[in-house]
Ligand binder design. Structure first.
Ligand SMILES: [Zn+2]
Length: 82
């Protein structure tokens, strides 16, 4: 696998985090397993992991999203990927 950013071909196993924004809510999902570029640190998720992250976000954000709040008023949620 080649890094799309820096073309480096070396990856290491690690974890990353991903912010997902829906309306006024921001869900930060941590500890997501990923391949990390050893040169620039860009994380790459496998397809099934990316799908699970989306599912987790949908579950966690159900009922939390509002589009009516003032600018700058944010609900920030943190969830570890399990
Ligand atoms: Zn890279």
């Amino acid at each position: 696998m080649k890094c799309l950013i820096c073309k480096n071909e070396k990856m290491r196993k690690g974890t990353t985090l991903l912010p997902i924004e829906r309306g006024n809510a921001i869900l930060l999902i941590t500890d997501i397993p990923a391949q990390i570029c050893t040169n620039c640190g860009e994380p790459y998720l496998k397809e099934d992991i990316a799908r699970e992250v989306q599912q987790l976000a949908n579950q966690r954000l159900a009922g939390e999203v509002s589009y009516e709040n003032e600018l700058g008023e944010r609900d920030i949620l943190v969830e570890a990927f399990a």
